[in-house]
Write a protein that binds this ligand. Structure first.
Ligand SMILES: [Zn+2]
Length: 251
């Protein structure tokens, strides 16, 4: 089990950097929540904790104290930059070496891969969050809130999602996290060698209100009407399809 502590910078009465109608505290919280949710839903053997999950003011000491008391394996502090510049950079405590420097290399690479930000490089700084944490720690600065182009990107939910995804990919690689195996119960209403037959059944099901599509698999064209992680939902769809005159099976 890997314990990852995520710290959205600033909060409450401390907005952090502001510019272009944005506040750092809101962006850091959005990014942190998505990192937590994606890691939690898609990866195994990872335990997650956050310094704050709402718009609350916290001292720097209370943040590192919480990470230390929880016994985190890694602390990730999320920030947005300001003060003239553009792009992404991240920081570790000066001269800590491995494994922290290795984690920085990996996470930096994955964030740069996932987002359209200029690469300002991997840096070191004597920041409280890095110095007072008892575990390897990384502080990321995700664009400049006072730079018009960076701010325009940060205002888009899809871009925030990309930043979160980059951090997740980095954390997963750095800590060797395995993806959860999700078993899907697929509802199938037909399988054909001829694509035309599959297409016409899918069209018929769609006109009856079932969201159907054709999937090519093992030399057959399969008409699928749904896929669920919960078997009960698949069974319910089979009942509706049967009542509408379709022959449905669960795979
Ligand atoms: Zn900050």
């Amino acid at each position: 089990m890997v314990k990852i502590f995520i710290d959205p910078g600033h909060g409450g009465s401390d907005p952090g950097a502001v510019g272009n109608g944005l506040q750092e505290k809101d962006l850091t919280l959005q990014i942190a929540i998505r990192i937590r949710d994606i890691l939690g839903s898609e990866y195994e053997n990872v335990e997650l904790n956050m310094s704050r999950t709402g718009d609350t003011a916290l001292s720097l000491s209370s943040r590192t104290n919480a990470a230390n008391a929880w016994g985190a394996d890694f602390l990730l502090s999320i920030h947005i930059n300001a003060g003239g510049g553009t792009g992404y950079e991240d920081f570790i405590y000066p001269n800590v070496g491995a494994p922290t420097a290795t984690y920085q290399n990996i996470i930096h690479e994955e964030v740069i891969k996932a987002v359209d930000f200029a690469d300002r490089g991997k840096k070191q700084a004597n920041f409280h969050m890095l110095r007072e944490s008892a575990m390897p720690a990384l502080l990321t600065e995700n664009g400049f809130i006072d730079h018009a182009n960076d701010a325009a990107k940060l205002a888009q939910p899809a871009f925030i999602e990309g930043i979160a995804r980059g951090h997740v990919n980095g954390l997963a690689r750095a800590f060797g996290l395995k993806k959860k195996q999700i078993n899907l119960f697929r509802v199938q209403i037909g399988a054909f060698r001829d694509k035309g037959n599959a297409d016409s059944l899918a069209a018929q099901a769609r006109s009856a209100g079932f969201d159907s599509f054709v999937l090519a698999e093992n030399g057959l064209y399969k008409v699928q009407a749904g896929a669920f992680s919960d078997r009960k939902n698949a069974e319910q769809l089979v009942q509706h399809l049967t009542a509408a005159g379709f022959e449905a099976i669960i795979l």
